[in-house]
Design a protein around this ligand. Structure first.
Ligand code: EPU
Length: 421
């Protein structure tokens, strides 16, 4: 098992290129199940979750090959509808094959995604969405079994206790593209990754409107055809580099970073005293040498502050000059990073679904343990500024969703490398 080693200190400077969005790639790769024709998807990041999704597609009888950032898929005559536990258990996002399998084959058997370190992650809204289209769903022996003689469009409200759901919207939208008649998804998620999926489906011949809003309308068609599609840049990766620059008081050009996808994050960084501007296909970020101001942050569905940048934002707040409150409204238990940040000298305590952070003068390097993808990124950011050496164990979490993070950081001047643990 690998670990990451970081010697804190250097200010980051230079240019970093953002890869394609993991959370757009996964449902878009699943969407290739909806067609019998060849698909070509570009700007797919080189991350472990994408490799898992390719294995799932192969298990479902689709040839799926990755060559650089390009994935080509071609269904074979041996199509399957069973997504096995062995693969699904390694990645919760595998649930997004449910909608396309049901849409195309009228049958799906998908292992229930397992528990998750960031808190409970129910799938009731996924089931509600496909049941509204006429699917019969039962859960047996750890699998979701869904069948439908035919799928019929209808109106469905997809709001849960924490608002809209990204992948429940994705599943319902994908199944609805091949249903008879019109489907309306109310309280639909409007994250850029949902919009990207909808745009890809439109390129495949789907009829979809309203995908930038909370009401998405889908007029079912008989079949979808193959297409070429390019994935949007990863806003969470871009946001992580914005925060890395702020953390190290550096200045970066983040190529492919899109301000329109990061409004809430840029707003909070400016409030903290960091300059962020859009320039020539990317984002420029300049952090002042002195102390940053503490800011309060609440995560919310898009366009609110993304939960996937909460841990990294908390890492930044640990070295500001004062008190900040970071509140989770999407995953109220997503705070595993607090104890590890505190091992590095931070002062954070948990109060309900809020992390209360009192900024300290400096963090100190320590051996720490990554608990999940975004928590790992927060520990990397902390390690970049901590005095002396930080060893981050279980780095496989980071590899699930960041394309070449240590290589990119090294090119920006960080002292970071991988060792066998
Ligand atoms: N929820 C329900 N019922 C459901 C589904 C969700 O109550 O059936 C609740 C969840 O418990 C949560 C809220 O709805 O409180 C939002 O969850 P959502 O369904 O939107 O999450 P997701 O679609 O499973 C995607 C991303 C996550 C990201 C969330 C929120 C992918 C592959 N995953 O998950 O990304 O945190 O949206 O934006 O797109 C990550 O990349 O690290 C990651 C966890």
């Amino acid at each position: 098992m690998d670990k990451l080693v970081i010697e804190g200190g250097p200010r980051l400077s230079g240019e970093v290129t953002v890869s394609g969005a993991k959370n757009a790639s996964l449902p878009i790769l699943a969407a290739t199940l909806l067609t019998d024709e060849r698909m070509e998807i570009r700007n797919v990041p080189d991350v472990a979750d994408v490799r898992t999704m390719l294995k799932i597609l192969q298990a479902l009888g689709v040839e799926a090959v990755k060559d650089g950032d390009r994935v080509t898929t071609r269904p074979t005559p041996k199509r399957q509808w069973l997504a096995p536990y062995k693969l699904v258990s390694t990645m919760r996002a595998s649930i997004c094959v449910l909608g396309p399998l049901l849409g195309r084959l009228r049958k799906a058997q998908v292992s229930m995604p397992g528990g998750c370190i960031i808190g409970p992650r129910p799938i009731d809204l996924h089931i509600k969405g496909i049941e509204a289209l006429g699917a019969r769903v039962k859960i047996e022996h750890g699998y979701v079994h869904a069948t439908a003689g035919s799928l019929r469009g209808s109106t469905v409200y997809l709001g849960g206790p924490c608002g809209s759901s990204v992948l429940a919207t994705a599943n319902t939208m994908m199944a609805a593209t091949l249903a008879q008649g019109r489907t309306v998804i109310e309280n639909a998620a409007c994250e850029p990754e949902v919009v990207d999926l909808a745009d890809c489906l439109v390129a495949m011949g789907a009829k979809i409107h309203g995908q930038r809003t909370h009401v998405i309308e889908i007029e079912g068609v008989k079949a979808l055809h193959g297409a070429r599609y390019t994935i949007i840049p990863d806003r969470v990766e871009a946001g992580t580099y914005l925060l890395a620059a702020a953390m190290t008081r550096g200045h970066l050009f983040i190529k492919n970073g899109r301000a329109e996808h990061l409004g809430a994050v840029i707003d909070k960084l400016r409030e903290a005293g960091v300059q962020v501007t859009s320039a020539n296909g990317g984002l420029k970020v300049d952090a002042p040498r002195g102390a940053l101001r503490p800011v309060n942050v609440t995560t919310l569905p898009y366009p609110g502050f993304p939960t996937d940048l909460q841990a990294q934002m908390m890492a930044l707040m640990t070295i500001t000059d004062g008190l900040s409150v970071i509140t989770e409204k999407i995953y109220p238990e997503r705070f595993m990073h607090i104890s590890e940040l505190n091992r590095m000298g931070a002062y954070v305590f948990l109060e309900g679904a809020s992390g209360i952070v009192r900024g300290v003068r400096a963090l100190s390097g320590a051996p720490v343990m990554a608990s999940d993808l975004r928590a790992s990124a927060a520990l990397v950011l902390a390690g970049l500024v901590a005095e002396q050496r930080t060893d981050i164990a279980r780095v496989y979490h980071l590899d699930r969703g960041y394309d070449g993070m240590e290589r990119k950081l090294e090119q920006l001047g960080a002292r970071i490398w991988r060792e066998k643990a």
